[in-house]
Design a binder for this molecule. Sequence first.
Ligand code: NAD
Length: 471
Amino acid sequence: MAPVKVTKICCIGAGYVGGPTCAVIALKCPHITVTIVDLNKARVDAWNSPDFALPIYEPGLEEVVRQARGRNLFFSTDVDKAIEEADLIFVSVNTPTKKSGVGAGFAADLNYVELATRRIATVATSSKIVVEKSTVPCRTAESMRTILEANSKPNCRFDILSNPEFLAEGTAISDLFSPDRVLIGSLQTPEGISACRSLSDVYANWVPAERILNVGLWSSELSKLAANAMLAQRISSINALSAICEATGANIDEVAHAIGYDSRIGPKFLKASVGFGGSCFQKDILNLVYLSESLHLPEVAAYWRQVVEMNEYQKRRFSKRVVDTLFNTITGKRIAVLGFAFKADTGDTRESAAITLIKDFQSEKALVNVYDPQVSEEQIWLDLQEASPLTPLDSIKKQVTISKSALEACKNAEAVVIATEWKEFKEIDWEAVYAGMNKPAFVFDGRLLVDAEKLRSIGFKVTTIGRPSSV
Ligand code: NAD
């Protein structure tokens, strides 16, 4: 069966994945028209903004959009038109963890995937290749196919592919330019293999053939969950070791360096921290936990659940260390929290450790100054309100202040907490920070970012993850 030559792509979902991914496809494939659609008009307007005030911050993204937008890259709220015109459709909608209902807290909420799939079935009058880009539980493609086939029009066939995205926020554009691999899962039928070839040909415009992996549908879906679970597991493992370091006098940097030399382990992703955040790691592990439980594999579920529990423990342990070190009380004390995004080089705050830390400090009646170079004030208030739904925003604002710079946040504070590894925090004028703070002045480095010895020589009392003393 000859593969369809893709000339028009529609991407449903203009978020952190759909936006950058399909912008890069448009850039690398000038012969393909790419339309990224979303129901969220404000988001689409931002993608189309004349001054390129894009809805997400990602290094290199603006340059990509500047080159392709209006040429063969379009952003629109007209979902139906884009579906109808496309020969290949990415479904890149959000798949959050359910917050209520049966399986709440574990199951993936597939409502958005289902609505998008039903829309494709309703609107399409010609055959389409439908590609799961969202991260979904294993065998979701089967549900999508059932919905599509039950609602399709005559002479209209749908081939389903899984093509999970492995980009990391903060490095999305370089990850997309030279991915470790592109994974495409298909049914092993002539039609499935042919559809797989059509999508492979799109990526082949810039990705070397040996990096485009073709596997079965279910393997592809599970591989995405497995990759995130293994990455998060590595972080929880090094964080568990950091607790032992703090209690024994070992140094987590030295331990990570030593074990990373083992070629079977490798040096990457071995940095201890206050804990992982972001929209994916926790969600995808819980997804795996739910899947394991549904398959009556309780021991497997318990194994993966522990990775998330260790992450929660790490955040709680860090907050407690701050309180303990500040003479067991932070009531009325001012704490500067530097960083609100879940990691550097992104404005994304989903599941950010900073939110948990600030909530802990609020509950201990501290005053908190927050500063982040990329996260808007509006977003910070939204997140803090969501974290404490029973507290009126006015009361939150009595305890929390948003600062315009790191220096301003640290003024008259007793302690600085580094929650995000923004480079600018490494480079701030720490002497000036020290001069403006109450004494003794404490720094709690939750990201192993600053030179602790240098700060100590200025006069700070420094506490870092995975090292014992604070002086
Ligand atoms: P997001 O929330 O930033 O974007 C999803 C977008 O889909 C939203 O703008 C929403 O309005 C839109 N949407 C939802 N239903 C729609 C519909 N029926 N029609 C049109 N638009 C619709 O989410 P994201 O971070 O881009 O993640 C998307 C998927 O990719 C998720 O499954 C996620 O797990 C996965 N993923 C995310 C990352 C990451 O780093 N963010 C990395 C790899 C995979």
